[in-house]
Structures are given as structure tokens and as C-alpha cells.
Design a protein around this ligand. Structure first.
Ligand SMILES: [Zn+2]
Length: 433
């Protein structure tokens, strides 16, 4: 990466008035830090990096970009260039460029390749120098439905069916925190018939999730010794159709909620971390329920969403899969003629004519662009309930679910691999992470 060759980035600096904003840009446009600042900003936009971290060490500035949840190293910058660049970024963001110790936050806007973006910059002195986070603020859609998130069409009515309970009953939504944990929860709540139902989400006052339209949020404050049970007596008077809890309390409290659900015939939805549906179920049992049977009888099903990166459609590489691989993925032999793998760019790569290869313009050489959700929907059955009480372990329950024609997370992912949306390598990474 050439930090001396400026990119055509137009900055709008922080400031109270247009004049102040213009002056802030003018002040830095002649600085030796201006070109590297444009290069970093352009690179972050180009890579779709929602976060770029600049680590200032005594020798140099280490740079990494977070793209679709994974870190990619950038080309390090010498310390002096880095110092000039940071002064420019801080000036644009309206923070004090001379202050290298305090935690400072600011914002600026950019226009690059006719697209407008907003950046937030957070800087903080650390013992070895300074750490700077550059957040790219994409305008994300306000709410993604489960289909937007990647659920196959035929699963949607099955999900709605399991979540639609006329009397008491429970449904569990799971994902890995930090990997679509909020999106999965919001998407699942949205997919039920919330417009005709009276919904309430009961959540800790400090952990309120972005609001789902038409769902009332009721908070409790654990610092005041309140729990998820505290608001319930008042709420029940309002005859809610569904109560939803994004954080599972301990086993004893969960049991109390179970009693409320049965006594008042109120369906309840819960959210809990899980790597797959059975893992989420086991984690719920592991909370220490006094009577697991009572709770399992209430549970209608478990939804788990995991995220995989999507192959870049511009540079993905086609290959003929080995029959053994298809068998391992559970894909029909003879029907899948080709699969795809990523083309991961490395500097110095040569093509067949010994010419240096340029990184792909669509994915910056990462090989992937964007993410999609893989959904697993587990329907609770009597044999599964009995097994979960008798031998609550992953291997036993997975084997039983398979026997009962349950479609596992891996099988769901295989379908997405067969469609060429993601790769076998990415599935393995997801399963191991
Ligand atoms: Zn590409």
C-alpha cells in the first residue's frame, strides 16, 4: 500500500457551522498526514471494514481491518507518517490532536467514489503508545427479517408454526454473542404475527436491544435487586399474548417464569447463546433447573443462527467436488457438478504469464464479501425431551435428532455451499470457532 499517493476522498469535518467545518478541512489538506489519512479511509470503505484499528507502537503503526467479523492485517506504517496521519484524522473529527493520552471520541464524514460514509474515531493512550479505532458507520436496514438474514423460504412457515402458541409454551432463540446475536433475536420476534399480538420484551435496563417495531420493552434494574420477575404482576394485568426474555436468568428464576407461563397461559420466548440448536438446549438445561421435565414439556422448539461469510462472486474459483466430499457434506452425488472456493490474494502472486496479479476489486483480495445466516430449527419431540432428561449430552441428542430426520446446522450449511454462496473452508471455520 502506498501511503504517499492520496485517494480522492472528500472530507466533511466536525464543526458547529459550515465555515468551521470548511476551516477544519483546509487546515489539514496541506499536511503530510493528509495523503495517508485518505488511503486508510479509502481502504476501510473499499474493504467494507466496519472497524479499523491503528496501534501506535514506538517503532511503527500496526493496522488491521475487521471485515465480516474477521481481522485482516494492513501494511504497517512508519511512526512519523502515522503521527501526521492521526493528527489529520483527529483534526477532522474535532478532537485535540496534541492529546495522545486521554480517551477521545469524534466524527467526520467522507465522500469516496460518489458514496457518502460516516466515520467515528475513538483514540486512547496505552502504555506502548496509542490505540485508535476507526468505525465505519454503514446505514444498515432498520430491521432484517429472517429471510433477509438468510433463512430458506421453506423454513419460515415452520418457524412461525413453532412460535405460534395459543396457550403456555416456550421457544428458544440462539446464536453466538457478537455474531448476529441481536439480529437473530429481532428477526425471530419479527417473524411471528406480532401485529395482531400483544408482545412485551422484558430486559435488563442496561442491556436494552434495539427496539423491534410494535413490541413494547419493559425494563428491570438488577442494581435495585429487581429481576425479570419484578415487572410480571403488573404486565399480566394487561393480558399480554407473548412475553420475550433476551437474557436467561438462573435456573430457579427460569422455573418461576415457567410457573407464570403455565398459570396464566402465556407463551414465552427466550434467547440464549448456542453454537447449534442442541448446544443451546443443553446450555439452558445446564442453568440448573429444579425440574427439567416441566421446562422441557413447555419447550416447542429451538432456533439457532450462525453467520458464514459469502464468497466473492467476482473471484470465487469453481472446482469439481470429490464424491467423498459430497458424501461428507450429505449432498446428493451426481447432482452437484461444481462447488466454489475463495481466491485469497497474496502480494507477489503471479498469473500463468508471470505477471503480477492485482487483488480483486470487489473483495480487496479477501475472497469473501458480506455474510449470511445459516439457520437450524429444532422441533422438540417426546423422544428428544425424554433423552434430554436422561442423558443431556451433545453426542446422544445429536444422534437421536438425526434419527428423527432433524436437519442439522451442517446440513443446512451444505445447502448454502451447494448453491455456491459459501465454501467448505468457511463452514469448517464456523464449526471450529
Ligand atoms: Zn473478489
Amino acid at each position: 500500500m502506498d501511503y504517499t499517493k492520496a485517494e480522492p476522498v472528500i472530507f466533511t469535518a466536525a464543526g458547529e457551522t459550515d465555515q468551521e467545518r470548511e476551516e477544519n478541512v483546509e487546515m489539514v489538506s496541506g499536511s503530510p498526514g493528509f495523503a495517508p489519512a485518505t488511503v486508510i479511509v479509502a481502504e476501510a470503505i473499499h474493504k467494507d471494514a466496519d472497524l479499523t484499528v491503528l496501534d501506535f507502537t514506538p517503532q511503527q503503526v500496526n493496522i488491521r481491518f475487521r471485515v465480516d467479523g474477521l481481522w485482516h492485517p494492513g501494511v504497517p506504517m512508519d511512526r512519523q507518517t502515522g503521527d501526521y496521519m492521526l493528527a489529520v484524522l483527529k483534526q477532522l473529527a474535532g478532537t485535540d490532536y496534541r492529546d495522545r493520552r486521554s480517551k477521545q471520541k469524534g466524527k467526520f464524514e467522507t465522500e469516496y467514489v460518489r458514496q457518502k460514509q460516516k466515520f467515528k474515531i475513538v483514540s486512547q493512550g496505552i502504555p506502548t503508545g496509542e490505540r485508535v479505532g476507526l468505525y465505519l458507520d454503514y446505514k444498515r436496514p432498520p430491521l432484517e427479517t429472517v429471510e433477509d438474514l438468510g433463512m430458506r423460504k421453506s423454513m419460515v412457515p415452520q418457524l412461525v408454526d413453532l412460535m405460534k402458541m395459543d396457550s403456555s409454551g416456550w421457544f428458544l432463540v440462539s446464536a453466538v454473542p457478537g455474531e448476529g446475536y441481536t439480529s437473530a433475536w429481532r428477526g425471530a420476534l419479527d417473524s411471528c404475527d406480532r401485529l395482531v399480538k400483544d408482545f412485551f420484551v422484558i430486559e435488563e435496563v442496561k442491556k436494552v436491544e434495539p427496539e423491534v417495531i410494535n413490541i413494547g420493552s419493559i425494563t428491570f434494574d438488577s442494581s435495585k435487586q429487581e429481576t425479570a420477575l419484578t415487572p410480571l404482576p403488573q404486565l399480566i394485568l394487561r393480558e399480554p399474548d407473548v412475553l420475550a426474555f433476551p437474557d436467561l436468568p438462573d435456573g430457579k428464576l427460569l422455573e418461576s417464569l415457567c410457573d407464570v407461563s403455565i398459570k396464566h397461559d402465556i407463551p414465552m420466548y427466550f434467547r440464549n447463546p448456542g453454537k447449534n440448536a442442541i448446544d443451546a438446549l443443553l446450555r439452558m438445561i445446564a442453568l440448573g433447573l429444579p425440574q427439567p421435565k416441566k421446562f422441557l414439556d413447555q419447550l416447542s422448539g429451538v432456533l439457532c443462527m450462525r453467520l458464514v461469510r459469502k464468497l466473492c462472486t467476482k473471484c470465487r474459483i469453481e472446482y469439481v467436488p470429490h464424491p467423498q466430499l459430497l458424501q461428507k457434506l450429505g449432498l446428493p452425488q451426481g447432482r452437484i457438478e461444481r462447488l466454489y472456493r475463495p481466491f485469497i490474494f497474496k502480494p507477489g502472486m503471479l498469473d500463468e504469464n508471470q505477471n503480477e496479479i492485482e487483488p480483486c476489486s470487489n473483495c480487496s483480495g479477501i475472497g469473501y464479501k458480506g455474510r449470511t445466516g445459516i439457520f437450524e430449527l429444532l422441533k422438540m419431540t417426546e423422544p428428544l425431551r425424554a433423552a434430554a432428561i436422561k442423558s443431556p449430552n451433545l453426542a446422544a441428542l445429536t444422534a437421536l435428532a438425526k434419527k428423527n430426520q432433524h436437519i442439522s446446522l451442517t446440513q443446512e450449511a451444505s445447502v448454502v455451499i451447494a448453491q455456491g454462496v459459501t465454501s467448505v473452508e468457511e463452514l469448517q471455520r464456523m464449526l471450529q470457532s
